[in-house]
Design a protein around this ligand. Structure first.
Ligand code: 6GU
Length: 245
């Protein structure tokens, strides 16, 4: 398996690449991925180094809600695996269902609910084991590094929905009874594809807002992006320390 680390950068988290030494920029089109028109997404792979370690950053991603299918949404994962990525860090902007995980904080994804109604594995292979999608040892390491800076990073279940709309308060109550701690519109398909390929998977949700129906919930795409940019500055420091160790 490759020793390179891949990172998929979610909405508002693209600033992580500012701290990379970038060698090569490959537009999504060269990997057969249509370029998304969503604000804050660059639509390119950046090959380079972070803290001396080889990394490939996928700046932006494509989503089901833009009309793409599960195979297209996961094309970047297959491309990075071919380029030698062995560990894939999937980041996203998500809504928090927990008062103790406020906007601006990060959550390590310990498991997910795939509520998209689709799968990149349709057409085979069938029956791939999804009992341990996320590498919890790496997750705990990142949480320990964050704690060393006095940053509480929670852990929990990410519910991946299709979107494009945010959830209703009733849907959030439903998701809470299903065991969700955070909710978003990405990551789960990429995690399943990465697991199929045999990559180590790390999932990190940047909690940008409280989900609908919670006290002080504000669901504005601009706020979501701004909160993500601030939290990205913390995560880059955590990444650096992890890669240096
Ligand atoms: Cl509250 N829901 C979903 N589906 N995605 C989000 C979100 C909420 N907040 C940021 N991304």
């Amino acid at each position: 398996m490759g020793s390179c680390i891949g990172m998929v950068l979610g909405s508002g988290l693209g600033s992580i690449v500012d701290r990379m030494e970038i060698g090569e920029r490959v537009p999504f089109s060269e990997a057969g991925i249509p370029t998304a028109g969503v604000a804050g997404h660059q639509g390119a792979f950046l090959l380079g180094r972070l803290a001396g370690r080889p990394v490939i950053a996928m700046a932006g991603r494509v989503h089901l809600y833009e009309g793409h299918d599960a195979k297209t949404v996961t094309a970047g994962v297959r491309w990075m695996a071919k380029k030698g990525v062995g560990t894939l860090v999937l980041t996203n902007a998500a809504g928090s269902l927990r008062e103790d995980q406020p906007p601006g904080s990060w959550m390590v994804i310990s498991d997910h609910l795939n509520l998209t109604g689709t799968s990149p594995l349709e057409g085979g292979p069938n029956f791939v084991d999804m009992s341990a999608v996320y590498d919890l040892a790496i997750g705990e390491r990142l949480r320990a590094i964050a704690a060393g800076h006095g940053w509480h990073m929670g852990a929990g279940v990410y519910a991946g929905l299709r979107g494009p709309q945010y959830e209703t308060p009733a849907e959030i109550r439903m998701l809470r009874t299903m065991g969700a701690d955070a909710v978003g519109m990405s990551t789960v398909l990429e995690a399943m594809e990465a697991k199929r390929i045999g990559l180590k998977v790390v999932g990190l949700s940047c909690l940008t807002n409280y989900a609908a129906g919670m006290p002080s919930a504000t669901l504005d795409h601009g706020d979501v992006m701004a909160t993500g940019r601030n939290a990205a500055d913390k995560m880059i420091r955590v990444f650096r320390e992890w890669m240096e160790s």
